[in-house]
Design a protein around this ligand. Structure first.
Ligand code: UT7
Length: 332
């Protein structure tokens, strides 16, 4: 009997309307379009505006988009896994909030926090509920409202991040398509280079933590860059090797969109030409957990049943990894 794989059967996405351009950043801090473009590849990013709006609102947009495309009711979903670094609140889980807002009353859900690698962590975890037969419809969401933890006086960090959400539906597949393999890694020593200093149990919020701007993203960009280039490329190369794939076998690389230079290095390591690499960083920047599903959302119509697709990510933790997917459908 053919093994049951967890296949992506639908993709949804959502980005907020407000476009924060490099030109506008020039009015907020000492930076310029030339520096940002040449160092990162980013031209603009989307920002969620409006009082009382959080990551769940971005995710709701993506989930409604997916349900409509797939012709499903909210009540059809059995499990929701939400990968996010900017949850609506410390608790309850943003997955719970999304279920409530969308009306997914038959689902249970929880959040995954693995920074920029969260989507591939969640995808791998969600797949196991399908492979074991426990569930038939699992929704995996990657979402972040990075603007909520961004210090727009920190020109080296704030210029790369943006807000957005994407999601995929996982269903059983007995044709050999779906998630075939994944490599997931963690090295907690990397936490010193990329973190949020206050607001957790070690350093709860006080007037001082707010005054010291300790609730924003702290990033030592160069150090993170070095680890990202090496580890994301290593993980992508390793998954090719252990599945006996060559660059010719790969239809698409879906890389985390943190910096165009990291994406290029990963593709070169895999010997992949630029035409096989999904890149939308110039329009969305780094949406953290949103980058990979937003790429799948934008490229969905170009994907074909049986395509070999490699996802790769690197982020805070450090966390990193890659997944190998055999695409399961052609878009009608
Ligand atoms: O997704 C999660 C994981 N995160 C990543 O993968 C991010 C990895 N890191 C990076 O992508 C890059 O390190 C950044 C894009 C964040 C920063 O680029 P960089 O080339 O590493 O710049 P840097 O911080 O080393 O700064 C180089 C110079 C400095 O000037 P001096 O000291 O050489 O005179 C900075 O002050 O560029 C200056 N600089 C800027 N200049 C204009 C830093 N940011 C800016 C800016 N505009 N926005």
């Amino acid at each position: 009997m053919q093994k049951i794989h967890a296949a992506i059967t639908a993709v949804g996405g959502y980005v907020p309307d407000y476009v924060l351009t490099n030109a506008e950043l020039e009015t907020m801090m000492d930076t310029n379009d030339e520096w940002i473009t040449s160092r990162t590849g980013i031209k603009e990013r989307r920002i969620l505006k409006g009082e009382g709006k959080g990551s769940s609102d971005l995710a709701v947009g993506a989930v409604l988009n997916l349900l409509e495309k797939r012709g499903l009711a909210p009540t059809d979903i059995e499990l929701v896994i939400c990968a996010t670094t900017t949850p609506d609140m410390q608790f309850p889980a943003t997955a719970n909030v999304i279920c409530d807002k969308v009306g997914m009353v038959n689902a249970w859900g929880y959040d995954i926090n693995a920074a920029c690698s969260g989507f591939i962590y969640a995808l791998t975890i969600g797949s196991q509920f399908i492979e074991t037969g426990r569930h038939k419809k699992v929704l995996v969401i990657g979402v972040d409202k990075m603007s909520s933890i961004m210090n727009y006086e920190d020109r080296a960090t704030s210029i790369i991040f943006g807000d957005g959400a994407g999601c995929v539906l996982l269903e059983p597949n007995d044709e050999g398509n779906g998630l075939i393999d994944s490599i997931l890694k963690t090295d907690g020593r990397g936490r010193v280079y990329l973190h949020q200093k206050a607001g957790g149990s070690v350093k709860p919020a006080t007037i001082e933590t707010v005054m010291n701007k300790e609730h924003y993203v702290y990033q030592e960009g160069q150090a993170v860059f070095k680890f990202a280039v090496k580890n994301m490329a290593d993980a992508a190369a390793e998954i090719l090797e252990r599945n006996n794939l060559t660059a010719d076998d790969v239809a698409w690389l879906v890389p985390h969109q943190a910096n165009k230079r990291i994406i290029t290095a990963t593709a070169e390591r895999m010997n992949l030409p630029a035409e096989k690499v999904m890149v939308n960083i110039e329009r969305f920047g780094n949406t953290t957990n949103g980058t990979l599903p937003l790429c799948l959302w934008e490229w969905e119509s170009k994907l074909h049943k049986g395509d070999n697709i490699i996802l790769a990510a690197f982020g805070g933790g450090f966390t990193w990894g890659s997944t190998y997917i055999k695409w399961a459908y052609d878009t009608k």
